[in-house]
Design a protein. Sequence first.
Length: 536
Amino acid sequence: MTSTENFSQVPDAPRSDDVRLLEQLAGDLRRAEYAHEAITEFLGDSAHEALMRNQLIPALRRIAAQPEPTALGTILGMFMLGTDVGDDEVAAAFPATGIEGLRALGLIEDADGSRNRRARIDLRPHASDADAEIWVASDLGAHQRPGVLRHDHVLGIGQASLTLAQTTVRPQVDSALDLGTGCGIQAFHLLSHARRVVATDISVRALGFTRFNLLLNHQALDIDPGDLSARVDLRLGSLLEPVAGERFDLVVSNPPFVITPRTAGQDDSERFTYRDGGMPGDSLVATLVRTLPGVLKPGGCAQMLANWEITAAENPEEEPDWSAGPRSWLTGDTEAWFIQREVVSPTGYAETWLRDASQGRDPEAFAAQYGAYLDDFASRNVAAIGFGMVWLRRPAAEHPGIGRLFESISYPIEQPIGPYLARDIAVADELDSREAGQLHLVVAEDVTEERHQRPGAEHPGVILLRQGAGLRRTEILDTALAGFVSACDGDLSVSSLVGALESLVGGDDPDFSNRLHEGVLRLIKRGFLLEMRNNR
């Protein structure tokens, strides 16, 4: 195997072929207390919050105001703010690694016309699911190095990657796949609950960064640096090609889902590989939704972030059905849960991704690409673009479990949301195999009720049940279902309560019992009502 094939010496990526040097680097970072809490204390809340928004000036001013250079300030300035730093300060901050060691690892370069050094990468702390923080290397962003991003840019810790990490359901599993690993963020989290992880990417530079990050943090991630493949297998290739014929318990992916217009004669090297999968429209996401169940073991799950196109309704006065496209992608008996978190217009979408790669510096090119986005969406009658989370499962049994669920949740939710998704999935599975009528229920602690009525009205016009945790859903209740919830103290079973309410308010309605049962099941599955295990 050549050095490029094992990704330890990839051009323009950090080198990871010298474990001793990586140990020295890790020691220097620990010695400087290069960690989230120490950085926040050093900068202060305001400057740190600005830095998390990629606004560097408050942090730069804080470093400049220091009476003497500190190791933490030097490392922060170099690797998160993109500043040039003098040799004496670099040597003081990295006493074990040294300037030559940093250079050998591919982390710094000479600044033009001076004895200063500058970082070639972004390197910052990140809270993994391990017991300790880790450090994650990626390419510098446009806010750190002015100019359009390189097309093989390796994205670092961003909101999308954090969202996926917080959304992932994390059972203990034997095998997991990180599809499109980038700098390895999802793989780092998977290592906390998967015996072995396969991480793939179409970019050889991305795999070079991932290998560097894994070995730099081998202690926190419980990896033997002399036998990396025992826990992590890095593979180069597109989509599912690198794992053809294999099956996994869990797949996670933050794929290059950004919908980008194709232009005549465009070469693959011209696209931003970290976000653009090279397929028209949302067909890359559609392909993954169709094919991911094929690499899952029975009972295995896949989670990903995605964009989908929302086609304009035939009647302009009607709201378009955002779930129509995702529904059409599902095959066989695949279970699915789509949660749409955001909807943007074609113009808003174009502006977001043109800004993302700093493509606004050339006004003519910006205008041409902006127009290309709008023409591309118009060619498919796209009214809007949705963004959200996708959960897929290859059923292990014939029961429907959660089935196919499509929800639009645009308001803030509690993060991490993964444990709440796991709860809803487990409850749906358990309910399918049990008689719900025999359950004794109580109202979840985070649930509150609201009643709204006109002044002087005898009865409320609207009764709402709200969750304060998890997905923070709101349910509109009719009088019967509201009465059922009010009576849920764990004493009587579901069947007993439904029977009592039917005799009191059911009247001659033949569907009363079935309708109430359906409402109760919905509230159980969504976490408003919980089974009281030790009922009386």
